[in-house]
Design a protein around this ligand. Sequence first.
Ligand code: NAP
Length: 279
Amino acid sequence: MNIGIVGLGLIGGSLGLDLRALGHRVLGVSRKSQTCDRARERGVVDAASTSPTLLQTADVVFICTPLGVMEATVRELIPHLSATTILTDVGSVKGWVVQTIEPLWANFVGGHPMAGNTESGIEAAQYSLFVGAPYVLTPTAATPSASVQVVEELVRPLQTKIYHCTPEDHDRAVAWISHLPVMISASLMQACLSEADPAVLTLAKALASSGFRDTSRVGGGNPELGMMMAQYNQTALLRSLASYRSHLDQIITLIEQDNWSGLKQRLAHNQQTRPEFLQ
Ligand code: NAP
């Protein structure tokens, strides 16, 4: 199949590597000509260009740019696509993306591969990034079911676990397990940095070990990605943050009241239920 990828960064580049390895012809479009050159050198694409005219023969096009430029990217792309081309995207937010892109191109399937790391750009592209990861598809009543099937058959061989849900349910679920953790982790870093005694702060930095590495990781990643999660999933994220604040307040109250059994009960419940999120 002829596959187009727009935005040759971590996600777009990694998709290119795997889809080529599976025998597809991959055509890449990116903003910078150096990125196109590196994508060819690294074997991410068969051909690359800064111009969307390259995608005239694409059967399926993955939009892999940052969320903030997706609408402009699709508008620029549309005049160059064949009428039968299936568009899909990899954005971390689905409600806003689907509402924006679906009216522009009816043959559109919202998607979100739930894999990544703290790196970005073409050099971060890697093989097998999506192995074992959920790949969420968010068709609406208007999405052609044959196109959903085509996208599903393309991404299933990457050894992903396919899920279908509405864009709204996707955004509420990822607010809990992806976007809220980024904001909590970012606040943790800010709180630590607010330590007023420089000697204590230096000591804390020296003593930080695996626990701090785990809890600060998602808040110390790509700032643009974190900002866009908040900007484009604002409602669901604020709802999760409000609930988190309430639970933090409850923990503060338990500690203030020396309610050690109450605190232990909560922590025991967490210990019991955490594996349900990490199957
Ligand atoms: P990335 O590594 O920064 O790659 C995005 C690429 O898009 C860049 O390499 C850049 O190519 C191109 N681009 C940037 N700004 C552009 C602009 N203004 N116009 C046109 N092209 C532009 O980002 P990513 O992590 O792959 O994220 C891409 C998408 O995947 C986002 O929508 C994000 O929500 C989604 N996603 C990310 C993750 C994650 O963990 N990172 C996971 C799942 C989904 P040039 O070098 O040519 O400028």
